[in-house]
Ligand binder design. Structure first.
Ligand SMILES: C/C=C/C(=O)SCCNC(=O)CCNC(=O)[C@H](O)C(C)(C)COP(=O)(O)OP(=O)(O)OC[C@H]1O[C@@H](n2cnc3c(N)ncnc32)[C@H](O)[C@@H]1OP(=O)(O)O
Length: 267
């Protein structure tokens, strides 16, 4: 008898989730606080990331925000109430681990930055594979203005993405970078009128390709980042070998030779 797997959908208070044409779309929905990340919202983000990971229908994940902000940072009221060094450290580790889960999604992820992406909001976007922004978006790490430092991965992921000098400029000044400058810094991949629409167009271009190849390419880039070049090239060769053992490889190469579009099955 065929076995069916029912995905258990958690209840979400601070976000909405829908699947559309292979895209799992997460909308952070706390607009009255500009989608600031409180602890409950972080737990919900971990929950929805697990749902996306388990759903074979989802081939690309998109994170966006409701209203005029993507996410205006971690919740400052909650930060202000942190009692001691240990509680603050735990708060940072919690945010980091949620964003690590997002970074480890097996499918490509896109942050659709529809407005402010500040502090923890930019750190969330940095945990995604790709970032697109609306023209009115503002990005930054303003934490030093609050007497703290970025704690959800910003001091590590930002320099890896844009280089140490550019990252320290943003971290030391805390300034809000407009979308066109973010594009020239390499902080975002594309700018469009509507961030979600731009993200969907990017996702549609990605979805034309073999899903297993996408996962293996993401794995190769991710694992290689922390290795020296020769070790990283070995990882690449291993994963290239795996890609060549898939039905998608048979289909993709045959379709090219037969001058027709490939029909990938993700196997
Ligand atoms: C480890 C991670 C650390 C961090 O992420 S630290 C936080 C880093 N982020 C920031 O410092 C940005 C804080 N927010 C702002 O500077 C401003 O907002 C904006 C420039 C983004 C927008 O300004 P405007 O358009 O005037 O809106 P508004 O009246 O300030 O905000 C609307 C409501 O949203 C609340 N809010 C905004 N950001 C946060 C936040 N990060 N934490 C908690 N609440 C926030 C406000 O307080 C206010 O609420 P009410 O209407 O009740 O006065």
């Amino acid at each position: 008898m065929a076995q069916t797997f029912e995905l258990e959908m958690p209840e979400f208070e601070y976000l909405t989730y829908r699947v559309e044409d292979g895209m799992g779309i997460v909308t952070i929905n706390r607009p009255q606080a500009l989608n600031a990340l409180n602890q409950d919202l972080l737990i919900e983000l971990a929950g929805v990331t697990e749902v996306i990971t388990q759903d074979p229908e989802v081939k690309v994940a998109i994170f966006t925000g409701e209203g005029k902000a993507f996410v205006a940072g971690a919740d400052i009221a909650q930060i202000a109430s942190l009692q001691d060094v240990f509680a603050a450290r735990e708060f940072a580790i919690m945010g980091q681990s949620v964003f690590n889960e997002i970074a480890a999604l097996p499918v490509p992820s896109i942050a659709a930055i529809n407005g402010y992406a500040l502090g923890g909001g930019l750190e969330l976007a940095l945990a995604c594979d790709l970032r697109v922004a609306s023209r009115n978006a503002k990005l930054g790490l303003p934490e030093v203005g609050l007497g703290i430092i970025p704690g959800f991965g910003g001091t590590q992921r930002l320099p890896r993405l844009v280089g140490r000098g550019r990252a320290l400029d943003l971290i030391f000044t805390g300034r809000h970078v407009p979308a066109d400058e973010a594009l020239s810094l390499g902080l975002v991949n594309r700018v469009g009128e509507d961030a979600l629409q731009t993200a969907k167009e990017l996702a549609a271009a990605i979805l034309k390709n073999g899903p297993v190849a996408l996962a293996l390419a993401k794995e190769a880039v991710g694992r290689g980042e922390n290795l020296d070049l020769q070790e990283a090239l070995e990882v690449e060769a291993d994963l290239f070998g795996l890609a060549c053992a898939t039905q998608d490889m048979r289909e993709g190469t045959r379709a090219f030779l037969e001058k027709r579009p490939a029909q990938f099955k993700g196997e």
